[in-house]
Design a protein around this ligand. Structure first.
Ligand SMILES: NC(=O)c1ccc[n+]([C@@H]2O[C@H](COP(=O)([O-])OP(=O)(O)OC[C@H]3O[C@@H](n4cnc5c(N)ncnc54)[C@H](OP(=O)(O)O)[C@@H]3O)[C@@H](O)[C@H]2O)c1
Length: 287
């Protein structure tokens, strides 16, 4: 079994990857950000040289989209410069890398799902920092895998589905934007996808992965209310213009999974199916 270094193992996605590494008996280490701050290049090089992983899975990131507008240098430090360091360390110690990126590299002005080769044009600083990370990594380590995903949710960390489920359980009203369309993605499905890359080792490069199908944030919130048995009439649609988000968000962020599927990687379940599967765990976390 190949040795794996998992970064960001406490996050929405990382915690799902961690539980799959455990259940599939991989040999791994998953240092916390206190044990290994990946913005510290010397620390990163030391951990990689000592553990000698065959693979590094990077789920660590600056994910505060609005915060990145005023703290761009800090976001860039983690999402771009540390990712470049990771590539340098991996090149030096001959490891393979799977790095996670985002639909926010796109402007959201398409009317059909984005391909891996579609034009990138981030609307906000977070997207810009993530795009810089992708490019820096693939420049120093062309054998790396970059997986772009969207609208992640899971049982761990702060995420939209959990927040809305909390409100639904209290029968509180929610106001949710109905003019941004995307594909909610279960962190559990993506974790399985990441491990399928390790098992299959397709051509390196960029791959899209999100759940199948699409909805607006409003429709997703309605579905969450229905799943917890609350009245979905408590969810009210609003336009993104009426909210005072600091960062602009793409209106459309569907990702084509053709390349993923042709490479024979993991299944891409429908978003509603995956949501139903995980909701009981999210509900019990909240109760
Ligand atoms: N969330 C989404 O909707 C979404 C959508 C598209 C793409 N993505 C991408 O998916 C990936 C996973 O996102 P996520 O939502 O699971 O992230 P998350 O829940 O915000 O977790 C971020 C992780 O990064 C770690 N971290 C932060 N600073 C670090 C540092 N200096 N050194 C080492 N680790 C550090 C955190 O550790 P601590 O807990 O110790 O701080 C945490 O484990 C990211 O690349 C993100 O850009 C996310």
């Amino acid at each position: 079994m190949e040795r794996i270094l998992l970064l960001g193992g406490s996050g929405i996605l990382g915690s799902e990857v961690l539980s799959h590494l455990q259940s599939e008996n991989f040999e791994y280490v998953a240092p916390t950000s206190t044990d290994l701050d990946i913005t510290n290049r010397d620390q990163l090089l030391r951990v990689v040289s000592e553990f000698k992983p065959a693979w590094i899975i990077n789920c660590a990131a600056w994910t505060n989209v609005d915060g990145a507008e005023s703290c761009f240098e800090e976001a860039r430090e983690l999402n771009a410069i540390a990712v470049e360091s990771l590539g340098i360390a991996a090149d030096l110690f001959e490891c393979k890398v799977i790095h996670i990126s985002t639909d926010y590299v796109f402007a959201g002005d398409s009317s059909e799902p984005y391909l891996e080769t579609s034009r990138v044009q981030p609307l906000n600083k977070y997207g810009e920092s993530k795009l810089q990370g992708e490019s820096a990594l693939l420049t120093v380590l062309p054998s790396a895998y970059v997986i772009r995903t969207s609208w992640l949710y899971g049982t761990s960390g702060k995420n939209f589905v959990k927040t809305i489920a909390g409100k639904a359980l209290q029968s509180e009203e929610s106001r949710v934007v109905d003019d941004q369309v995307g594909s909610p993605t279960s962190a559990r499905d993506l974790a399985i996808g990441i491990l399928s890359v390790i098992k299959k080792q397709p051509e390196p490069g960029i791959y899209n992965y999100s759940n199948r199908g699409s909805c607006s944030w409003f429709e997703l919130a309605q579905k969450v209310y229905e799943t917890v048995g609350a009245d979905n009439g408590l969810v009210h649609p609003i336009s993104s213009g009426s909210l005072s988000f600091i960062a602009k968000r793409p209106k459309y962020s569907l990702l084509s999974k053709e390349k993923w599927l042709s490479a024979g990687l993991s299944e891409v379940p429908n978003w509603e199916y995956s949501l139903q599967l995980i909701m009981p765990e999210i509900i019990s976390e909240l109760q």
